[in-house]
Design a protein around this ligand. Structure first.
Ligand code: PLP
Length: 387
């Protein structure tokens, strides 16, 4: 089996699992309990908070644990309304994850204020000039801008570090969904220009069901889930998922410690994959049908298409060969069935229907790269012949 769907989720690392197990077996105290078992859990959560904070180089007390990045994104859009009372408009990019896009439009339906969508360029990055134009025209009513760092379908990277300082100087709150950027680049230059940052454990070899929100000023938020007044600084009720949070902390520690090495490792794997793939396609006389959608800059995620080859057929054939890739975001279920990201980049429906996403991790081996690239080229050739 070759797993090349690491933008959807990653395999949990052994070290992460080992760190979690004691908190599922014997360290089961509630972090809110005052006895020793409870205090041990509390301390484990606080250590994890420091590790997550270290990844962003922010103070630990500004990290709020959630049950997912989806929840963290919801908090930013739904729970800042009080702060945005005077400036209720929100700006998001057309390439955002559904947990931002759908939530923003839900907020628009329920509350006052408009949502402005920033278009994408062919590269997959946001159109910065269009964003600045929107901000210029509505500078008195825009209260929040949410732009993801790395796109989950194309790997395109948005230059938020250049854009956000200007927005902050206008009194606009800035949020970046860094779920796909974590573990692929240093993030401190991003956190310094953000009021909010979203992270997810399962994209960096941590467990599923744990996310985090960096909140620069906790006064800007009210809880999405009310409950325990001391849990997560009163901003997220519910007994903490101690083992999951511990795993998240360890995953962040590993991601920070081995960052340069990991990036080099993934680059080597993706480099090998694409060199074998192009070699094979050239040998088959099919090199001209391969296209890259946009420009991946985050090493991990690539969107490619083969002219005339339906992605659905290709994915099924790859699946039968135990090569796991995807057609796009794992949680996209739009009515049209077409990726909103590729659509915003100007791809035609036909081009989108022949696009697949390939995403790598350090856990992939060089042998897998050879096997998967040859397998992919062979599947493309077989489908091409049958057309
Ligand atoms: N944001 C981005 C960019 C993502 O890729 C994902 C997951 O695919 C999410 C948010 C949601 O993450 P979670 O699964 O933790 O809710």
């Amino acid at each position: 089996m070759v797993y090349l769907d690491n933008a959807a989720t990653t395999r949990i690392s052994d070290a992460v699992l080992q760190n979690m197990l004691p908190y599922l077996r014997i360290g089961y105290g509630n972090p809110g309990s005052v006895h020793t078992l409870g205090r041990q859990s509390f301390e484990a959560v606080e250590t994890a908070r420091q590790r997550v904070a270290f990844l962003l180089e922010v103070p630990a007390q500004n990290i709020i644990f959630t049950a997912s990045a989806t929840e963290a994104n919801n908090m930013v859009l739904r729970c800042t309304r009080e702060r945005l009372r005077e400036r209720p408009d929100i700006v998001v990019s057309a390439g955002e994850h559904d947990s931002i896009l759908r939530t923003a439009f839900d907020v628009e339906r329920r509350e006052k204020g408009h949502v402005f969508k920033v278009p994408l360029m062919e590269s997959g990055r946001i159109d910065t000039l269009a964003l600045m134009d929107i901000v210029e025209r509505h500078r008195d009513s825009i209260g929040l801008v949410s732009i993801m760092r790395a796109n989950n379908e194309t790997g395109a990277v948005n230059p938020v570090e250049n854009i956000f300082p200007k927005l902050q100087s206008l009194g606009i709150l800035t949020h970046s969904d860094c779920v796909q950027a974590a573990g692929t680049e240093p993030l401190e230059h991003i956190s310094h220009v953000c009021d909010f940052i979203t992270l997810s454990a399962h994209k960096i070899h941590g467990p599923k069901g744990v996310g985090a929100l960096y909140v620069k000023d906790k006064e800007a938020l009210v809880p999405l889930i009310t409950g325990g007044s001391v849990q997560e600084y009163g901003l997220r009720g519910g007994t903490e998922n101690v083992a999951g949070i511990v795993g998240f902390g360890k995953a962040c520690e590993l991601a920070s410690k081995n960052l340069a090495e990991n990036v080099q490792n993934i680059n080597m794997k993706s480099g090998k994959f694409f060199s074998v793939l192009t070699e094979q396609l050239a040998r088959m006389g099919l090199i001209d049908i391969l296209h890259f959608n946009g420009e991946s800059q985050n090493s991990k995620t690539y969107s490619i298409r083969f002219d005339g080859i339906p992605a659905e057929t290709l994915l099924m054939m790859l699946d039968a060969n135990e090569i796991y890739v995807s057609a796009g975001s794992a949680c996209t279920a739009h009515d049209t069935g077409l990726s909103h990201v590729l659509s915003a980049m100007g791809l035609s429906p036909e081009e989108i229907r022949s696009s697949i996403r390939i995403s790598f991790s350090t856990m992939n081996t060089m042998d897998e790269m050879l096997f998967a690239a040859c397998g992919l080229a062979t599947c493309v050739q077989r489908i091409h012949k049958s057309l």
